[in-house]
Design a protein around this ligand. Structure first.
Ligand code: DGJ
Length: 645
């Protein structure tokens, strides 16, 4: 990093400018197209005459208090265009984070078109940096990558409709070559948005870095009529001198204390059973009840019936859109299953996929125009389904109504798993030609709105977000969902890596992990049951295997492990997390949790696919109090993972 101030034009130099001049290399909090700059802009607006130059004049600053926390608004205006813009800096002193966003308002009399409306820019002084980002695909989410920022641009993004499996709207920037987990400078950010997004990292001519983040500008357009406004999603930004670990703990605190739905924020997440891997689409009342009896014996607290209970859902070719009980599968109705499960002392949860429709469904037969489509073009199917146009108020209302009926007509449903299983294509709304490029954003707003309405009408309800595994695991959905299913890959060794990556950005109390059968359904690998449990205990423990088939020995192990997890759970779910040895494909891995008071700590240590006994067996513990003495309580050594055959 350069320490020569001459390398980096200062803000006072900017203020002293006597005439308009190029401002590349200046640290700008919100570069706009129209300034004399070639920086990647945050804002592009066209006026009714087609003009595309924006010139903002400072109007005022306002310091407000929201929920007891300071919010600074900087207000700017372009009178010629009739645009007003408020930059919001909400300060979270306890978590040492700032939430950045803007509110764009049409203060004139002509329609404006927003071509790009990002949330914020982060300027970094001239220097040499690496960008750290998360990437993957279905079954391999949250891989952590670093790359040097060199002249030119690096862009990470989603254009798939959700925040996506391929890239995650979280990033960190570190001085070049720094990799320490527990020390070193890190600038980081996380965008609270569950739709298309983009983060662009640009090295400028003076080696300063301009990072711009927000709603994906590709195929975005927003018609802003006089008086209307658009608020962008919040970008949480922070700085840590405690490496990526320190940065992650700040974000975990933010989720735990600010972002997560308030009514369940402090609630310990129940140990759950999910029947998907055991029964697939073949859901039948008796077979679910048999699983539930076994689950209750194991100490499970929440029983979740996954896909297959509704409409004509015998496979993935039919039923999506018809959220009514299939009477041949549940002849006594859903209510009797709900009641039986409650009698067993467990909560009841159920799976839905409200944004999707199979053409073979009553909903699609009645409303074929409710799915995204482009006139005269054939639609592409993903998993035999189409995406409902959730930008449409009538679609939102209809899906809300179906979900509401589901939640109120069958006794108390405690938990919804809200899934989303395909990327969006032919994202058209031919009936609203002026709004076509707004659908990417309006859809996400509609999804948030339906969540909000359900939460307010059914305050006891817990929601798990899911998108074919971890395709929609972001800070935005965690405003409305209590936890996330982060990957369909339940192979314990792979999970170590996936869970490590997820925890860079999100807290353990939101991370759902299942113990499943071996050979693993996704990878065919075999691993000892204790190892599978200890990996799943890193977050919210669940079981997803066919416990009806488990041996007496395995059931006894499961009972013991669940009991043990319940004792550790307050520290795991609510403690501070430290990766002592980050996971590698082969070798040791260790993660530690420390209670808020620092009086208890949990450590998981693994040896993955290595030679038994080889590799590190020691790790320096973190975050403990210097004065007290700690007593070791519990000890478990597991065998290395075995490969099938
Ligand atoms: C994808 C999810 O990730 C799985 O857990 C399961 O719910 C299936 N969808 C059901 O179709």
């Amino acid at each position: 990093m350069s320490d020569n101030p001459a390398d980096y034009p200062s803000v006072s130099a900017w203020n002293r400018r006597s005439e308009r001049e190029f401002v590349d290399g200046f640290p700008l909090a919100y570069p706009v197209f129209g300034e004399a700059s070639f920086k990647e802009p945050c804002l592009v607006v066209s006026g009714s005459d087609g003009s595309r130059v924006v010139r903002l004049e400072f109007v005022e600053d306002r310091l407000r208090e929201v929920d007891g926390r300071p919010v600074l608004d900087l207000v700017f205006r372009d009178d010629l265009l009739g645009l007003s813009i408020e930059h919001r800096f909400a300060v979270f002193a306890e978590q040492d984070l700032i939430a950045r966003s803007v509110v764009l308002q049409n203060a004139g009399s002509e329609v404006l078109t927003l071509e790009r409306a990002l949330s914020a820019a982060i300027p970094l002084p001239p220097g040499e940096y690496d960008a750290w980002t998360l990437h993957g695909q279905w079954g391999r989410e949250f891989g952590l990558f670093s790359r040097p920022l060199l002249p030119a641009k690096f862009v990470t993004e989603s254009r798939r409709g959700t925040s996506s499996h391929e890239a995650h709207p979280w990033f960190a920037v570190r001085p070049r070559g720094e990799t320490a987990e527990h020390s070193g400078s890190v600038w980081f950010g996380s965008l609270a948005w569950s739709g298309n997004w983009q983060a662009a990292f640009e090295v400028e001519r003076n080696d300063a870095v301009n990072i711009v983040v927000g709603i994906q500008p590709f195929d975005f357009g927003w018609r802003l009529a006089p008086g209307e406004q658009l608020a962008t999603p919040e970008l949480l930004v922070g700085y840590s001198e405690e490496g990526l670990g320190g940065a992650s703990r700040q974000l975990h605190q933010y989720e735990a204390q600010v972002q997560l739905p308030e009514n369940h924020r402090e609630r310990l997440r129940p140990v759950l059973y999910n029947s998907w891997e055991a029964t697939g689409f073949d859901v039948r009342a008796e077979q679910q009840l048999a699983l539930a009896r076994r689950a209750a014996e194991l100490g499970i607290e929440l029983f979740v019936v996954d896909d297959g209970w509704f409409g004509a859902r015998d496979n993935d070719r039919a039923g999506l859109g018809d959220w009514t009980v299939n009477p041949s599968k549940l002849p006594g109705g859903l209510r009797s299953l709900v009641d039986e499960i409650h009698k067993l002392g467990m909560q009841f949860g159920i799976w839905v996929e409200p944004e999707m429709v199979n053409p073979d469904s009553d909903l699609y037969r009645a409303h074929p125009d409710w799915a995204y489509h482009a006139n005269g073009r054939e639609s592409t199917f993903g998993r035999n389904q189409l995406v409902l146009n959730f930008a449409r108020p009538d679609v939102q209302a209809a899906m809300y109504e179906q979900l509401r009926n589901l939640l109120k007509d069958h006794g108390r449903i405690d938990f919804l798993k809200w899934d989303h299983n395909r990327n969006w294509t032919e994202v058209g709304w031919p009936e609203e030609p002026d709004r076509q490029r707004e659908v990417w954003v309006r859809h996400v707003q509609g999804v948030y709105d339906v969540h909000a309405r359900l939460r307010s009408e059914f305050p006891w309800l817990m929601i798990e977000a899911c998108a074919g595994g971890g395709g929609r695991s972001d800070l935005g959905i965690l405003r409305w969902a209590d936890q996330v299913w982060i990957s369909d890959n339940t192979d314990a060794a792979d999970r170590l890596q996936i869970q490590y990556g997820y925890s860079r950005a999100h807290s353990p109390r939101t991370m759902v992990c299942w113990v499943t059968d071996v050979p693993n359904q996704q990878t065919g690998r075999i691993a000892p049951l204790e190892f599978r449990f200890h990996v799943a205990m890193q977050g919210v423990l669940g079981i997803g295997g066919d416990i009806g088939e488990w041996s007496a020995t395995d059931l006894a192990i499961a009972r013991r492990m669940i009991e043990q997890y319940k004792q550790l759970r307050p520290v795991v779910q609510h403690g501070r997390q430290y990766w002592l040895v980050p996971p590698a494909a082969v070798g040791p891995c260790a993660v530690q949790y420390v209670s808020a008071a620092g009086d208890a700590s949990v450590v998981f240590m693994y040896q993955v696919r290595g030679i038994r006994g080889a590799g590190a067996r020691r790790a320096r513990l973190r975050g403990l109090n210097a004065a007290p003495r700690y007593r070791r309580d519990g000890w478990a050594v597991e065998r290395a993972e075995r490969r099938k055959g």
